[in-house]
Design a protein around this ligand. Structure first.
Ligand SMILES: [Zn+2]
Length: 475
């Protein structure tokens, strides 16, 4: 029997507002514990929450970007449970009337397009953080009251890979909108997954388990793979899956049971009496819609059309808004789109990765890249030297021409100097010369490579090519 998985995700995204959702405390990360707090967010009796308008605006932006209906009337609800990091004894969330509903996102996996339904997006406040030490536990309430979006998908996802692609796409969109930094390590984007299995092609649903606290894209895939295999094995052995919440242990590569359905909370939701229902005028939604940035899918389509880029290039360049803007700036300054794209996708992304930098924190500018391309085009430097110059400018921000002069990287175009090198290479590789003359003409590339190596990348490859062809056809 073949099985297929049915996966739904619940994603928590921390919003990038300056202040918390129901008070004026700062949301900045990494401050001294309990310094970003006030009577409202530490849950003192008698205080009243006041809704942060920016958080609502961000929720509307997310809803529009994910094709949701924005509810003209929604309501906050109390989710009651006791935990040391939740001093009020309840979390203010939304329950039966969330702000956004019935949206979708399209994803593409191995060339196949799939639509994943978004059931709802609602706003809520984050809890604080418990820090467990050897003999004691401490509570930091700096995070208590930071605004969150909870994004819930329909059970439309079928494979761990699709789940990971969906998460990436969601993160890209949130970052484009500038409403969440998407940092999974710091917990500003967190994912829970509901998963069950059923015989392939059947319609019903099997018993599902929920995997909590998955904190990287890689773990989304791994945790789901493990859990799907675990469930299939149970069912194949005639046993049944127990409905429960499981945790992913990344070091063991396993999920383990956290609590069963019997132990599950009854949150006793009821409408939050301290906040009026949220009424959102249509004009406000339209106004927000009017200033949404171009989203990744639209940008990708435009890049393909406007710059004749291959789909792959357009996909890579539009994954981050800042990278896409860097590309467009280089093209605007006269760079050839495909050349700019090649350099960005290979050299630039490699260096950013290597130095763990964002494109916004480097001294290298689009204008530098255009200058380097120009120097190569004019034959002042070779492509290989261009890469060296690029790495240098990446670190120092120096003018490419200055780097070329300082490092003595000018291209060798003097024919007599190049001829000496060519002769030397032919002399040292007499066997290859013979083979070439017997018709193995593809060895030309080998000779060019040897000359380039001898000149430490400075020889003009065009002249070297001509000289080699000439010399090899002579004697
Ligand atoms: Zn506060």
């Amino acid at each position: 029997m073949k099985y297929e998985a049915v996966i739904g995700l619940e994603i928590h995204a921390q919003l990038l507002t300056d202040t918390k959702i129901f008070c004026g405390c700062s949301t900045s990360f990494g401050r001294e514990p309990n310094t970003q707090t006030c009577p409202v967010c530490i849950g003192m009796p008698g205080v009243l929450p006041v809704l942060n308008r920016k958080a609502v605006e961000f929720a509307i932006m997310a809803g529009l970007a994910m094709n949701c209906k924005i509810a003209p009337y929604s309501r906050f609800a109390r989710k009651n449970y006791f935990y040391p990091d939740l001093p009020k004894g309840y979390q203010i969330s939304q329950y039966e009337l969330p702000i956004c509903q019935q949206g979708y996102l399209d994803i593409e996996v191995d060339g196949v397009r799939r639509r994943v339904g978004i059931t709802r997006i609602h706003m809520e406040e984050d809890a604080g953080k418990n820090i467990h030490e050897k003999d004691s536990s401490l509570v930091d309430l700096n995070r208590a009251g930071v605004p969150l979006l909870e994004i819930v998908t329909e059970p439309d996802i079928r494979t761990p890979r699709e789940a990971a692609v969906f998460m990436r796409k969601l993160r890209t969109i949130l970052r484009y909108l500038g409403i969440c930094d998407g940092n999974m390590e710091q917990g500003s984007l967190r994912c829970d997954a509901n998963v069950s299995v059923r015989p392939e092609g059947s319609e019903g649903f099997g018993t599902k388990t929920e995997i909590k606290n998955i904190n990287s894209f890689r773990f989304v895939e791994k945790a789901l793979e493990y859990e799907i295999n675990r469930q299939i094995k149970l069912i194949s052995q005639g046993e049944s899956v127990v409905q429960e919440t499981r945790l992913w242990d990344s070091s063991a590569g396993k999920t383990y049971s956290m609590r069963s359905k019997e132990e599950a909370h009854d949150y006793r939701y009821f409408p939050e009496p301290d906040l009026v229902p949220l009424e959102i005028p249509r004009e406000w939604v339209d106004e927000i819609k009017g200033r949404l940035p171009e989203l990744p899918d639209e940008k990708k389509t435009r890049f393909i059309k406007e710059y004749s880029l291959p789909e792959y290039d357009a996909e890579v360049l539009t994954e981050e808004r800042t990278v896409a803007e860097w590309f467009e700036e280089a093209v605007r300054l006269g760079g050839n789109p495909k050349k700019v794209s090649n350099w960005m996708m290979t050299e630039l992304l490699r260096l950013l990765n290597e130095h763990e930098k964002e494109i916004t924190d480097i001294p290298l500018t689009p204008s530098h890249l255009v200058k380097i391309l120009d120097l190569i085009e004019k034959g002042t430097i070779s492509g290989t030297i261009g890469k060296k110059v690029f790495s240098e400018v990446f670190l120092t921000g120096k003018d490419p021409e200055v780097v070329v002069k300082e490092k003595g990287l000018l291209q060798i175009t003097d024919t007599s100097e190049l001829e000496k090198m060519v002769d030397e290479v032919l002399k040292n590789n007499s066997k290859e010369v013979e083979r070439y003359k017997k018709g193995e003409t593809k060895l030309l590339g080998f000779f060019v490579g040897q000359v380039m190596k001898a000149s430490r990348g400075k020889a003009n490859p065009k002249i070297v090519n001509e000289l080699l062809k000439q010399k090899l056809s002579e004697s």
